[in-house]
Design a protein around this ligand. Structure first.
Ligand SMILES: Cc1cc2nc3c(=O)[nH]c(=O)nc-3n(C[C@H](O)[C@H](O)[C@H](O)COP(=O)(O)OP(=O)(O)OC[C@H]3O[C@@H](n4cnc5c(N)ncnc54)[C@H](O)[C@@H]3O)c2cc1C
Length: 193
């Protein structure tokens, strides 16, 4: 198959520039409750991913940890992905501008954000079974992410806020949040009216 492949730091930078071009302003800070956000805007859209577990609160939101290894690309030009139905481990590699990304894992309820060296070795070994030249490739980075999974799937729902504001939830995208981002955003925007 030929499919779109995103390099996330590049993609997030592009989204940020789109937001700014549309007149949006990005401000980074921790929100401790929706009332805090509602004090500044009549409509609050909650896209807090794993943060929704404590903020909503929604105990159905849980992490599914994913670990990756980035290596200098030894000449791989095509992506590869293979699921093993007998385990939570998937074997994949994606050529990206910054190197060859090797994966992966899907560890439910695992909050560790530090890379595990044994997991990293296992990822490299699995990928090298498919493309032996990966075994000798120099490791340039380790990455760990927590997928914001939710029992019952994505929650896109509106509710009134005390004081007259509107709260629109859009969280729980698990391992497919990039794939479904535009559709979920459109569904959430429809609830804003
Ligand atoms: C290894 C790995 C591989 C993946 N591969 C794919 C793939 O191939 N395709 C795909 O579609 N998806 C993939 N995903 C999943 C995808 O990354 C997620 O589904 C997506 O990032 C979820 O987006 P989100 O905006 O809902 O949540 P997040 O990206 O988690 O963003 C939530 C944001 O809210 C912020 N936040 C939380 N609480 C608060 C608070 N109280 N105050 C202020 N800010 C707060 C957080 O800091 C964060 O910036 C992968 C994930 C991992 C880890």
């Amino acid at each position: 198959m030929t499919l779109p492949l995103l390099d996330m730091p590049v993609h997030l930078g592009w989204l940020e520039r789109r937001l700014e071009a549309a007149g949006g302003v990005l401000e980074r800070r921790t929100v401790r409750g929706f009332a805090e956000a509602a004090a500044e805007a009549p409509v609050v859209v909650n896209c807090t991913g794993l943060g929704a577990r404590a903020l909503v609160p929604d105990p159905g939101v849980r992490p599914v940890r994913g670990q990756l290894v980035v290596v200098e690309n030894p000449g791989v030009e095509e992506w590869f992905a293979e699921a093993d139905p007998a385990s939570s481990a998937t074997t994949y590699f994606f050529p990206q501008p910054g190197g060859l990304v090797l994966g992966g894992t899907a560890e439910a309820d695992d909050w560790r954000t530090e890379p595990d060296p044994r997991t990293a070795d296992a990822i490299v070994a699995r990928c090298a079974r498919v493309r032996p030249e990966i075994a000798g490739a120099r490791v340039t980075a380790h990455r760990v992410g927590l997928r914001p999974s939710r029992e019952g799937g994505v929650r896109i729902e509106a509710e009134p806020l005390p004081g007259g504001g509107l709260l629109v939830h859009n969280y729980g995208h698990g391992g497919a949040g990039v794939t479904v981002a535009w559709g979920c955003a459109e569904a959430a925007a429809r609830l804003v009216g």
